[in-house]
Design a protein around this ligand. Structure first.
Ligand SMILES: [Zn+2]
Length: 266
């Protein structure tokens, strides 16, 4: 293919002639011929459709769909980058690596295959999805597997703000971990529009209250409902105190033994 390379750093800018954004020189580009791995998007096939999302009853994000559909007809899957999966085993230019937007999807599929799962879900923001979806399209259905996206919003993961919050509310290390590593990510998934820092104290208070009401053993019928919700992409349980309490009781990985729930040994 005819491509453009930066005159200063050899970065491949693609087929279109624009100044290099990979190096600080902002140099212009020169024409070159390279053997590339490419994917020609099939005519008349959408980049994204409803089945590509793991979500129940959620409306499809129009903005995301529009951006994703604007991807070029021919996707260049070889890229000049410092690191990445080498394409030289395919007999291609050894100075190039696989485009990370495709590599990201392959990583998820590989991890799922290693666990014997055939319906992996990849969490990402709308903005990220808009930029990677076209590159994932050729592999999202692969060898009996189906990869779907779970869109999540942004969460204010500001370590300093969280520390102040934890100090002000005298939060135990165990609850801190539960909130930071488990509950905030779930909230990010539930609130696709994003979570503002002003919401954090209320969310923390809610989790603490639910944690205190956590049963010693989770009820099987509640766990069955939770399982159903999770599989269907239903996000409501994240703010449902009853369901959340049983989900907490079911957890074993974040220090659930450190502080026994009330009503156990005290
Ligand atoms: Zn350059």
């Amino acid at each position: 293919m005819k491509v453009r390379l930066c005159r200063a750093c050899d970065h491949m800018t693609g087929e279109v002639d624009h100044d290099c954004r990979a190096c600080t020189t902002g140099a212009s580009t020169r024409p070159a011929n390279r053997q590339l791995l490419v994917h020609d998007r099939p005519e008349g096939q959408p980049v994204l459709e409803r089945a590509d999302f793991h979500a129940a009853r959620a409306s499809l994000p129009a903005h995301l769909m529009n951006i994703a559909h604007n991807a070029p007809r021919r996707l260049l899957l070889s890229r000049t980058r410092d690191r990445g999966i080498s394409l030289s085993p395919l007999g291609l230019d050894h100075s190039m690596v696989l485009d990370p937007r495709l590599g990201l999807h392959l990583a998820v599929l590989t991890a799922a295959a290693q666990r014997g799962e055939d319906r992996p879900v990849m969490p990402l923001t709308e903005n990220a999805a808009a930029h990677v979806a076209a590159y994932g399209a050729p592999v999202r259905r692969w060898g009996g597997m189906q990869l779907r996206y779970a869109l999540h919003g942004r969460i204010p993961y500001d370590a300093a703000a969280l520390r102040r919050l934890y100090e002000a509310h005298r939060v135990t290390p165990r609850l801190q971990r539960l909130f930071t590593e488990w509950y905030l990510p779930l909230c990010a998934w539930r609130e696709r529009a994003g979570t503002t820092p002003a919401r954090l104290p209320a969310l923390l208070k809610f989790l603490r209250r639910v944690d205190l009401a956590r049963p010693v053993t989770p009820a099987q019928e509640v766990l069955a409902q939770l399982q159903h919700s999770v599989e269907a992409g239903d996000r409501r349980w994240v703010m449902d105190a009853h369901a959340l309490a049983h989900a907490l009781a079911h957890r074993t990985d974040i220090g659930s033994q450190a502080e026994p729930p009330q009503g156990e040994t005290g």
